[in-house]
Design a protein around this ligand. Structure first.
Ligand code: ASP
Length: 443
């Protein structure tokens, strides 16, 4: 049965791999075309007196960003409920739930902290003049008022967001409220409903439908990127110093994210596994190489799931009851690479836009990166949609996403690999915890 499933997914993976390779190429072409056409034909005067062509570009840009934003709320809500309802029974929820969630929270926090600590320690972008500040006019909503430095007020605001009714949270894109409601409803469903309740199937199906729509929007990325980059180049002016400086900033950002993600994957996670289980990091990494390669080539934790399941059971000798809980839930909720990327990206964009970040705003970035990574589904480029909430929280304009989209594809391969590694190491640690507990308290 598992073998059939894995064969099927392998065939699917080959198709997906090809599709995303094409998309990567198209996105690169769209970026280059956007810059070249804006430079060759665009005029800065269009910004003050737009013509039809520029109006169409702006319309595409705004509509594409709206399409990305449209899915955030249902995507996070149903992806989380469906992840939790996968648990299927109360006993497993009690036994495995706490330790698994704790593991997810600890490793994701470590990843975000690593990203933030490195950014503030290395200070890679402070020397750079805030080119966008002067050249772009923007206004964005902020969750945190930069003049307000009271932690209790922020916490109070946070609790108000958490305890908001689900319809209000969904309609108003209150991500914290959506995550809290999804958790409460998901857990309550597992507790009160029988395992074969049609509600579970309904939620899983709805989730699939939303993923399909997200897939369509992701296919439109090249057109969206073209419009955003065209407009961006126009607003940036035609100053080649700016353009050069901007590209080198982007390269530095990409390099930093890659290095930090690798540190998390090659040192932090294996070290945790070694401390918890005593297994050699080299041995663990060698055993999980196959799913890591699949994750790298597909950029999808969800698509890698069957290979991860097989590896956990056969190569890591993890019990099926543990792997079938930790891995599917982890493919939705546990994304260390994604959280690290989002946190560093938010700081990078804040520098670029000349937005000063107070300690409180950095704390908000930390929190939002965690929440957004928990809500992101395990699909290629999926976190770009959730990334918007991190930007909105600290007042970075949404169109800044275009900057990330330029180098999104290569970074996604690496962060997905680390996301999957985090899930697999999670199975080892949870298994070890259960073994030890059962020995101390035999049932
Ligand atoms: N591609 C990632 C994953 O599947 C999600 C993301 O960060 O976009 O794990």
């Amino acid at each position: 049965m598992l073998a059939d499933c894995i064969c099927y997914h392998r065939r699917e993976l080959i198709g997906m791999d090809e599709m995303y390779r094409n998309l990567t190429l198209q996105m690169l072409l769209a970026t280059v075309l956007g810059i070249l056409l804006a430079k060759a034909f665009g005029s800065p005067q269009w910004l003050t007196s737009p013509n039809v062509f520029y109006d169409v570009i702006v319309m595409i840009k705004v509509s594409f960003l709206a399409a990305l934003k449209m899915l955030i709320a249902p995507m996070i809500f149903f992806s989380l409920i469906s992840g939790i309802s996968n648990i299927g029974n109360v006993m497993r929820l009690r036994q495995l739930g706490t330790v698994t969630l704790l593991y997810y929270l600890v490793t994701t926090s470590l990843a975000v902290l690593l990203g933030l600590a490195a950014v503030f320690w290395i200070h890679p972008w402070t020397e750079y003049p805030a080119v966008l500040e002067s050249s772009l006019n923007f206004s964005a909503e902020r969750m945190i008022d930069p003049n307000n430095s009271s932690l209790t007020l922020v916490l109070q605001q946070l609790f108000q967001l958490i305890f908001s009714n689900p319809f209000h949270a969904l309609a108003n894109l209150n991500i914290v409220g959506i995550v809290a409601n999804a958790f409460l409803l998901g857990i309550a469903m597992v507790i009160v409903l029988p395992e074969n309740s049609p509600l579970f199937t309904g939620v899983q199906h709805l989730n699939k439908v939303i993923m399909k729509v997200l897939g369509w929007i992701i296919n439109l990325l090249p057109i969206g990127i073209f419009a955003i980059i065209f407009d961006f180049t126009l607003k940036l002016g035609f100053n080649s110093d700016y353009a050069e400086g901007f590209l080198s900033q982007l390269f530095q950002f990409g390099l930093l994210v890659v290095c930090l993600t690798l540190v998390h994957g090659a040192i932090v996670l294996p070290l945790l596994a070694w401390l918890a289980t005593g297994r050699s990091p080299v041995n663990i990494l060698h055993s999980i190489m196959q799913p890591l390669l699949v994750a790298f080539s597909t950029s999808s934790s969800a698509a890698t799931l069957p290979v991860s399941m097989q590896t956990a059971e056969q190569k890591l000798a993890v019990d099926k009851s543990v792997s079938s809980f930790v891995l599917p839930l982890g493919a939705t909720m546990n994304m260390d690479g994604t959280a690290l990327f989002e946190a560093v990206a938010a700081i990078f964009l804040a520098y670029l836009y000349g937005i000063e970040l107070s300690t409180l705003m950095v704390f908000t970035v930390f929190l939002m990166a965690m929440i957004s990574s928990i809500g992101a589904p395990g699909m290629p480029t999926a976190s770009m949609s959730g990334m918007q909430i991190v930007l909105l929280a600290v007042g970075i304009p949404l169109e800044a996403i275009a900057i990330l989209l330029v180098i999104e594809r290569p970074l996604d391969t690496i962060r997905t690999t680390i996301n999957v590694e985090g899930d697999l190491i999670g199975t080892l640690i949870v298994q070890r915890y259960l073994d030890r507990n059962n020995r101390i308290n035999p049932a």
